[in-house]
Design a protein around this ligand. Sequence first.
Ligand SMILES: NC(=O)c1ccc[n+]([C@@H]2O[C@H](COP(=O)([O-])OP(=O)(O)OC[C@H]3O[C@@H](n4cnc5c(N)ncnc54)[C@H](OP(=O)(O)O)[C@@H]3O)[C@@H](O)[C@H]2O)c1
Length: 225
Amino acid sequence: MIEMKARTEVDVTTAIIGIGNIGSRVARHLVQGGESVVLAARDQSHAESLAAELGALASSASVADAVAQADAVLMAVWLDTEKELISQLSEALVGKVVIDPTNPIGPDGRGGYTTTLPEGQSAASIVANLLPDGAHFVKAFGTLGADALGSAANRPSRRAVLFYATDDDAAAETVERLIGAAGFDPVKAGGIEAAGRLELMRGDLHQNGGLGGRLLNADEARAAL
Ligand SMILES: NC(=O)c1ccc[n+]([C@@H]2O[C@H](COP(=O)([O-])OP(=O)(O)OC[C@H]3O[C@@H](n4cnc5c(N)ncnc54)[C@H](OP(=O)(O)O)[C@@H]3O)[C@@H](O)[C@H]2O)c1
């Protein structure tokens, strides 16, 4: 069981759908920051064992039950899976903050990755268009590689930044709280039209895109905007 801060004052829960490289790290950071999480995966035993490891602030559920219990939903799955899940969940996402960390990439056949979308189109724009009216969409938690996301939380010097992009004030408020609880400084890059800047392979604000591996503090991040 990991050490955690005091429970958040407001009784809110974040569903983390997908607990691979990204979802497991975000879940761990949020629990350490005092946030409650409910975990779901394709194989529910994966979610059960991570929840047991993380302790009292973490639980596991089916995807549908996790979404029903949550105020915010992090879709830590690949873009095609996210599209399928959104069409299945549909109205269950009304009123939820839906957080999209996806990069529109796929295998290039040579052991690397290549972009799967044409120039000018972002994963965020696709996801936002699939969501029902009343869902609060935000792009976030995908701007660092998984290793950096895992190791750079609560940096002892100045905190590292996680950029986000949204047109929705409620989503912005929630994601700022979650990014802070996870041990990073939130910086808004703009509305959904700016979300492509946060995505691989072309995004100039992605650690492994235009930032060339660098992690930014808040001053550097604002200067990069
Ligand atoms: N990896 C990175 O460095 C990185 C960085 C930034 C952004 N991202 C983005 O983050 C997203 C997740 O990447 P990842 O590397 O964390 O992927 P991953 O390690 O392959 O994990 C994917 C997770 O999705 C779950 N999943 C698959 N199908 C599902 C379904 N139908 N219902 C519920 N859960 C399902 C899997 O469940 P099981 O555990 O049961 O298999 C697994 O937990 C991707 O869109 C990626 O582009 C990744």
